[in-house]
Design a protein around this ligand. Structure first.
Ligand code: NAD
Ligand code: LMR
Length: 344
């Protein structure tokens, strides 16, 4: 079909790292079923994990074959990073060490940054030149930044991180509060880091009602709730899930990863935006050189930051606080990887 980023006649090769883990296990059937790239797009799955998980990874491959997905045109299950990255059009980087109860996401920094340095080089050498990358593994923004630094030939606009889960969590909280369908809520924003400093912002969010679009702020009519409980619930949702499940979120993370790639590749609906962690170009005064979550619209495989939104004082303060944390993480990542000639 014309107008599509990928012609549906050819399969798109999608890499999932950490594919034997919890998110991987939820994500690969979604991709094979067309949730990520649409119901007519054939896919080839490349699944990477590490040697101790090799048997489990083989089991996932067996299950994919047994599920007889019509769109699935091939499966590679490997512990060889070069083989996994070969010719991939989309890379979903989930592999890594998840945080446990009581840890902050940056506590998993030293374990994960070195993985992202190594895998950046493999993507640089073996992936398709227009490969789009989504980093899910925590600390997601900083892992994405490292990947960008060590894969300089991948265009910086092609390297992103997942904050769509936080965006969806914000939609979910508003929908619950107002007893409206979640698909009638739009244009929330997650600013900054995928961490407890992120700023979930509803200043521009609206609800689709029988009498047109109404601002969320008008319908909620409780600024105190919006400025306190709503924000902390979204910021702390990952921790709440870890406390409840003793494992970090998986089905919602996998679903959000599909949403992120789906909208990036197939476009956002007219009049609405989504949140993506992208390389800052200095928009809204956010220091360039950070991977920061912004509101973006997508068209034909390209994203653009929504410009000229009014930023009030509270918003400015919170946007800067989460940027500061990203600057600290960048410094910490630098010290974890002490031989980083290209890291500026
Ligand atoms: P998990 O432990 O169940 O799975 C991780 C998998 O990665 C394991 O199978 C492990 O063997 C594999 N792995 C480890 N090192 C690897 C390497 N070098 N190469 C390839 N694979 C490797 O964890 P999970 O629950 O699936 O979570 C994965 C990551 O996603 C964690 O970092 C978690 O914190 C993060 N996460 C992010 C979000 C988000 O919104 N950004 C949401 C949920 C979880
Ligand atoms: C989440 O937001 O659920 C994940 O990032 C897992 C975590 O560590 O909170």
């Amino acid at each position: 079909m014309c107008g599509l980023l990928y012609p549906e006649t050819e399969p798109v090769t999608v890499l999932v790292t950490g594919a034997a883990g919890q998110i991987g296990y939820a994500l690969v059937p979604m991709i094979a079923r067309g949730v990520m790239l649409g119901p007519n797009q054939p896919v080839i799955l490349h699944m990477l994990d590490i040697e101790p998980a090799a048997d489990s990874l083989k089991g996932v491959k067996m299950e994919l074959i047994d599920a007889a997905f019509p769109l699935l045109r091939g499966v590679v299950a490997t512990t060889d990073v070069a083989e996994a990255c070969k010719g991939v059009n989309i890379a979903v980087m989930v592999g890594g060490f998840p945080r446990k109860e009581g840890m902050e996401r940056k506590d998993v920094m030293s374990k994960n940054v070195s993985i992202y340095k190594a895998q950046a080089s493999a993507l640089e050498q073996h992936a398709a030149s227009d490969c789009k990358v989504l980093v899910v593994a925590n600390p997601a923004n900083t892992n994405a930044l490292i990947l960008k630094e060590f894969a300089p030939s991948i265009p910086e606009k092609n390297i992103t991180c997942l904050t769509r889960l936080d965006h969806n969590r914000a939609l979910g909280q508003i929908s619950e509060r107002l007893s409206v369908h979640v698909s009638d809520v739009k244009n929330v924003i997650i600013w900054g880091n995928h961490s407890s400093t992120q700023y979930p912002d509803v200043n521009h969010a609206t609800i689709n009602t029988s009498s047109g679009q109404k601002p969320v702020k008008e319908l909620v009519a409780d600024d105190n709730w919006l400025n306190t409980e709503f924000i902390s619930t979204v910021q702390q949702r990952g921790a709440a899930i870890i406390k409840a499940r003793k494992l970090s979120s998986a089905l919602s993370a996998a679903s959000a990863a599909c949403d992120h790639i789906h909208d990036w590749v197939l476009g956002t609906p007219k009049g609405s935006w989504v949140s993506m962690g992208v390389y800052s170009d200095g928009s809204y005064g956010i220091q360039p050189g950070l991977i920061y979550s912004f509101p973006v619209t997508c068209e034909k495989g390209d994203w653009n930051i929504v410009q000229e939104l009014k930023i009030d004082e509270l918003c400015r303060e919170k946007m800067d606080k989460t940027a500061e944390e990203l600057i600290e993480e960048k410094t910490l990542a630098k010290s974890c990887l002490n031989s980083l000639p290209m890291f500026t």
